[in-house]
Ligand binder design. Structure first.
Ligand code: DLL
Length: 437
């Protein structure tokens, strides 16, 4: 087993030692955050807690939670714990409104991140002889660059494709003799279908795939494995906590190891905030132990999940998480992009506030393994027009603004006044027809 580990002594560290390490690191991280991050200091002061009150992980539950909203309130750099001269890279992801959330990394943070990804690669048998195609988006999204650094770390050959252009992706897989593919699971399904349609499966050199950034099921795993002739592994992460590699599967394909030397995980009741007993399903909460530029303490991910505490056959001692089952907020993941309905509402009001009403409906579906994204918006009664040109021009304006805000294409349709269903209670603005297979 030892030869498929990147940092053997850490990955197999006895749990009591791991807990001790977490305690030491937590104490230091709380102190560093208190000294350098105003939001955290204020929250500690409000509940009368000082860094000296945190003596180890047994005191974790005393600490206040942090939320995605904090990243918006302190946009862009207000939660960083080091001066900008120490920040070597930033990434960003969707916030709950038009403002993105921004995260930063020091040189040590980037090292730690690439080590986490290297653990995943080594764990699934990758070596420097592998040729690894990264079809996660490169840019502010953490997927592309996060995976890239991990591949470079283990000394394998990186093929930095980024997302899109399916024909070229397939040609590259074949011609460059790619052995491992990294992308979203829905894109892997789509590539699999196209490869099947083209009848070129036997020209592939692929043996494995690393897929994540959105929910997927065991059924999807089997279909992808069958269509691409590979083993498919799950990887989890989120920008706020690091990016891809907070947790990842090993060769056992049975839960994702959370790298507990770098992160403490808790499962809480999303309504009460209480820590739930072992084995419960609830909201995942992470505390980063080693991140310098952007530490998070008890960060509420909104992902609903449960943990696996039984020892893993691979020999790694780090706890595992099941696939997330859903979210406790209204965030949608469409073609790998995080989308909040509130962002859409903001765009509608901004670009066509007088022509449309805030009555809208978002319809998400999956056709040919690709997410479709449609928005129906009611026209304002006073300005009601059946002039096709005028309607099209409003639709185009909204589509363009959505594309620039979300980085995602949508099919926008203006519909007649009062034609969208009204709700007595909470409006159901989102119809998500995707079945995960
Ligand atoms: O999606 C980071 C990432 C990139 C992970 C590439 C894996 C591979 P964000 O854009 O900040 O970061 O979105 C984070 O995506 O809170 C989950 O809801 C969801 N998510 C990520 N990985 C998985 C997964 C990246 N394996 C949000 N299964 C998270 C289910 C996932 N959901």
């Amino acid at each position: 087993m030892a030869d498929n580990m990147w940092q053997n002594s850490i990955e197999t560290m006895p749990r009591d030692e791991l807990k001790k390490l977490q305690s030491e690191r937590l104490v230091a991280q709380v102190k560093r955050s208190y000294d350098n991050v105003e939001c955290f200091r204020n929250r500690m002061d409000e509940v009368g807690l000082g860094p000296e009150d945190i003596k180890g992980i047994e005191d974790l539950h005393k600490l206040p939670f942090s939320y995605k909203k904090d990243l918006r309130d302190y946009y862009p750099y207000g939660l960083f714990a080091v001066p900008m001269s120490e920040v070597k890279r930033v990434h960003a992801s969707s916030g709950t409104t038009g403002k993105r959330i921004v995260v930063g990394y020091t040189e040590n943070d980037l090292e730690m991140w690439s080590d986490c990804f290297a653990r995943m690669l080594t764990g699934i048998g990758a070596t420097k002889d592998d040729i690894i195609q990264i079809s996660f988006g490169y840019g502010l999204f953490t997927g592309g660059f996060g995976a890239h650094a991990g591949v470079e770390k283990i000394g394998a050959t990186v093929v930095p494709m980024s997302a899109g252009n399916t024909a070229l992706q397939i040609q590259t897989l074949i011609d460059f003799k790619v052995t491992i593919l990294c992308c979203t699971p829905s894109y892997a399904m789509y590539l699999g279908e196209e490869i099947e349609r083209m009848g070129v499966k036997d020209q592939l050199s692929l043996k494995a795939g690393i897929f994540g950034a959105e929910p997927w099921t065991e059924e999807m795993r089997s279909t992808i494995e069958e269509k691409l002739g590979i083993k498919a592994y799950d990887i989890y992460g989120l920008s706020e906590v690091m990016g891809p590699g907070v947790a990842c599967e090993c060769e056992c394909q049975n839960g994702m190891h959370i790298w507990e030397d770098n992160f403490i995980v808790e499962i809480i009741d999303p309504d009460t905030g209480d820590v739930l007993p072992e084995g419960s399903t609830g909201e995942l909460v992470f505390t980063s132990l080693t991140k310098e530029a952007f530490p998070v303490i008890r960060y509420r991910t909104r992902d609903i999940c449960s943990l696996i505490t039984e020892p893993c056959k691979c020999g790694r001692t780090h706890i595992k998480m099941h696939k997330p089952q859903g979210r406790s907020d209204d965030m949608l993941i469409i073609r790998g992009v995080n989308v909040f309905p509130s962002q859409i509402e903001e765009v509608l009001l901004k670009v066509a506030g007088s022509e449309v009403t805030p009555n809208y409906q978002i319809i998400v579906d999956r056709v040919n393994n690709t997410d479709t994204f449609e928005i129906n918006v009611e026209m304002n009664e006073d300005l009601f027009t059946d002039e096709v040109k005028e309607i099209e021009s409003i639709e185009k304006r909204i589509t363009a603004q959505l594309r620039s805000t979300l980085g995602l294409g949508a099919k926008v349709r203006l519909v007649n006044p009062k034609s969208i269903e009204r709700f007595e209670g909470k409006a159901t603005r989102v119809i998500d027809k995707r079945k995960l297979v």
